[in-house]
Design a protein around this ligand. Structure first.
Ligand SMILES: Cc1cc2nc3c(=O)[nH]c(=O)nc-3n(C[C@H](O)[C@H](O)[C@H](O)COP(=O)(O)OP(=O)(O)OC[C@H]3O[C@@H](n4cnc5c(N)ncnc54)[C@H](O)[C@@H]3O)c2cc1C
Length: 383
């Protein structure tokens, strides 16, 4: 698509190459805007785990022109099963999901993260965005007319706008002087990418037993990822073999498909990783004049309702819509952006943190189903 009318920006730099960045890069480049994406990593990460994408992210992928590719590579499903620990892992509830993307999309899709990254990068290049790897943004300087962007300390170019889509530990956020950043929630998660166990057709979660949550999500015909959520600990010194051993031991209380997951783990066929959950929401404006943060740079949450990627994509699409439908980059544009994004992202962060906190507190009076359903209804509305 080419530019047809005056737009608020003609040339945009984006720091980072995650879903927030590439969502913005694709939609801006499609509208005829010149886009440079600067990513500090040397290349697309070859390894990774799985991700659960909710309907509202699938709707966003359709807008970006990648839905058919995402659908082909991922594993679409509806519903969520709850199972109990102990022999036979009985299914105690089969919960229907809210279709947060509307009736045209499945409620969920599991996917291997590197496949998603590849699809988005390919699409960004296809529509004309320039992607630069090994390009760490280190500084910027802005004035009334533009923003100078520095990569590895050297001036790389002058732009109408810089988007900081540079994740949890955002450099752009720091340079903007925004002090709100990710805080630990008290939970840590083990993840392993394994062969899909027979009969696993959707996400299944086990509450009770030795960890807060055990579960898995199918990501393809032959793959799925398994998770164990525990009280956060320092696991940084463990070898791959020790990490695998912990997942085998901690999951011993879970029967059913976990038997097959343990077999994959024991055979050394699984990549195991560990990370702490964080949360934050930047309540002050996400921009200062011509520089703005989106995605995990602006908000993060535990993936208890798996909305992180969807929120990052929605930030990107709302921002792009405003930039391509307005003729000036003025305060009104930023006010409209914040009015559409902040309450929605805040609702997701608060609910995601609350769900984790109920687990940590062992709160048996809480009604997680009602909270999840309430947020999902909100997400089903357009961003
Ligand atoms: C354990 C865990 C599980 C999760 N599971 C899910 C899930 O199932 N579903 C879901 O929707 N969400 C999930 N999330 C959240 C989701 O992964 C994030 O919300 C989403 O990936 C954010 O995308 P982003 O583009 O904002 O940031 P990122 O994907 O983090 O991308 C930021 C990029 O910026 C680059 N970068 C950083 N600094 C610079 C710099 N100075 N210059 C240039 N580049 C830079 C980084 O290398 C990185 O590539 C999970 C999160 C965690 C921690």
């Amino acid at each position: 698509m080419t530019r047809t009318k005056a737009q608020a920006v003609q040339k945009v730099a984006i720091a980072g190459s995650g879903v927030a960045s590439l969502g913005a890069a694709i939609s801006l480049a499609e509208a005829g805007i010149e886009v440079d994406v600067f990513e500090k990593k040397h290349e697309l990460t070859a390894l990774g785990s799985g991700i659960t994408l909710q309907g509202n992210s699938l709707r966003a992928f359709d807008q970006l022109g990648v839905w058919s590719r995402v659908r082909e590579k991922g594993f679409a499903f509806d519903g969520l099963n709850l199972r109990a620990p102990g022999p036979g892992a009985p299914i105690i509830a089969e919960l229907p999901d809210v279709k947060t993307g509307g009736p045209d999309y499945p409620s969920c899709l599991g996917m291997y993260r590197p496949d998603l990254a590849t699809i988005l990068i390919e699409r960004a290049v296809e529509v004309g965005a320039r992607i630069h790897f090994d390009a760490e943004l280190t500084a910027f300087e802005q004035d009334d007319a533009g923003v100078d962007v520095y990569i590895h300390g050297e001036l790389r170019g002058r732009y109408d706008l810089l988007i900081g889509a540079d994740g949890l530990h955002s450099k752009v956020r720091e340079l903007l002087g925004i002090n709100t950043g990710p805080q630990p929630t008290g939970m840590g998660i083990w993840r392993a990418f394994v062969e899909r166990a027979q009969g696993v057709e959707r996400s299944e979660l086990y509450y009770g037993g030795p960890v807060y949550i055990a579960g898995y999500t199918p990501t393809g015909e032959n793959s799925m990822y398994a998770i164990l959520v525990e009280q956060a600990q320092d696991r940084s010194e463990l070898s791959e073999a020790e990490a695998t051993e912990i997942m085998i031991n901690q999951s011993a209380a879970y029967d059913g498909p976990w038997n097959s997951i343990r077999t994959s783990l024991a055979a050394g066929n699984a990549r195991v990783n560990y990370t702490h959950f964080t949360s934050h929401i930047v309540e002050e404006p996400w921009n200062r004049d011509r520089v703005v943060i989106i995605g995990d740079a602006a908000h993060s949450c535990p993936p208890t309702i798996a909305q992180g990627a969807a929120q990052a994509l929605e930030d990107a699409l709302v921002l792009s819509e405003l930039l391509t439908h307005r003729s000036v980059l003025d305060q009104q544009l930023w006010d409209d952006f914040h009015a559409r994004r902040l309450p929605r992202a805040r609702a997701v962060v608060e609910a995601s943190v609350q769900l984790g906190q109920w687990q940590i507190d062992g709160n048996t009076e809480a009604d997680p189903g009602a909270l999840i359903n309430g947020v999902a209804q909100k997400m089903a509305e357009p961003a």
